[in-house]
Design a protein around this ligand. Structure first.
Ligand SMILES: NC(=O)c1ccc[n+]([C@@H]2O[C@H](COP(=O)([O-])OP(=O)(O)OC[C@H]3O[C@@H](n4cnc5c(N)ncnc54)[C@H](OP(=O)(O)O)[C@@H]3O)[C@@H](O)[C@H]2O)c1
Length: 232
């Protein structure tokens, strides 16, 4: 098995590649890339093809959040978020999916969020970007399953990574008993293997994703706004 790792920080990629190679006996390639750049997705897949690798499973994990009131929002950062979380993911998904359809097999795991299910005040652009990921990916799940291609959206709740530290609310995941990464990844892979269109990681998160369907949209967004209000 061969694995291609992509992110901006090359030192991190190199360390992770070595760790995976020695722990699992697989080959790991690294491709440093900034997915906030227009057409970075197409260039990345072209580079992977140049290395003679056909993408059998694409995991669109790269993404970031932004927690701030409208007054304090950095507009450039919000647009960068759309580029990485929405445009970049769309480009990678569509280009890779076309090749998979031609081959008659393949899979894509896109990372949504518990925020995919409702708007979130003080986190508007991020939550909307993740709603897009879920809707877009579910549409492709329906369209591509008869072509031998599975598209699964993994929707985690708060998870202990660097995400909140980089989103403007440092320490949030630790204070809110975030899930550990391994259990989120296991949930995602199990759902993908079962051919499911989406999965929410964690029972409480799953119940929350259903509960928002029972209230009015105004009630839901007023409630969700209270989550991050104090952090602005
Ligand atoms: N942690 C949570 O609570 C949580 C909850 C729901 C959903 N999610 C989603 O889970 C996914 C993974 O996030 P995480 O929690 O693991 O956060 P993280 O620790 O901040 O990791 C984000 C990853 O994305 C990469 N990345 C960010 N911007 C990039 C860019 N412009 N180009 C290329 N790579 C980029 C980062 O690498 P570099 O910085 O080196 O580029 C890093 O590997 C994201 O899509 C996030 O929205 C997270």
């Amino acid at each position: 098995m061969q694995c291609v790792l992509v992110a901006r920080r090359e030192d991190r990629l190199r360390d992770l590649a070595q760790e995976l190679e020695s722990a699992h006996g697989i080959r790991c390639e690294i491709v440093p890339a900034d997915l906030s750049q227009p057409h970075a997705g197409r260039e990345l897949l072209a580079e992977v093809a140049r290395r003679g690798i056909a993408v059998e499973l694409l995991v669109n994990n790269a993404g970031f959040g932004l927690v701030a009131s409208v007054e304090k929002t950095d507009v450039g950062r919000a647009l960068e978020l759309i580029q990485v979380n929405v445009a970049g993911l769309t480009e990678l998904t569509l280009v890779a999916a076309k090749e998979m359809v031609q081959r008659g097999h393949g899979g894509i795991i896109n990372i949504g969020s518990i925020a995919s299910f409702q708007p979130v005040g003080y986190m508007g652009a991020y939550a909307a970007s993740k709603a897009y990921v879920l809707h877009f990916s579910e549409a492709l799940w329906a369209e591509l399953r008869s072509h031998g291609v599975t598209v699964t959206t993994l929707c985690p709740g708060t998870t202990r990574t660097e995400f909140f530290d980089r989103s403007g609310v440092p320490g949030w995941a630790e204070r809110n008993r975030g899930e550990d990464v391994q259990s989120v990844v296991r949930t995602g892979l199990k759902a993908f293997d079962a051919g499911r269109p989406y999965v929410v990681s964690g029972w409480t998160n799953y119940l929350l994703s259903l509960a928002v369907r029972l209230a009015t949209r105004a009630t839901v967004v007023k409630w969700s706004m209270s989550v991050f209000r104090a952090h602005d």
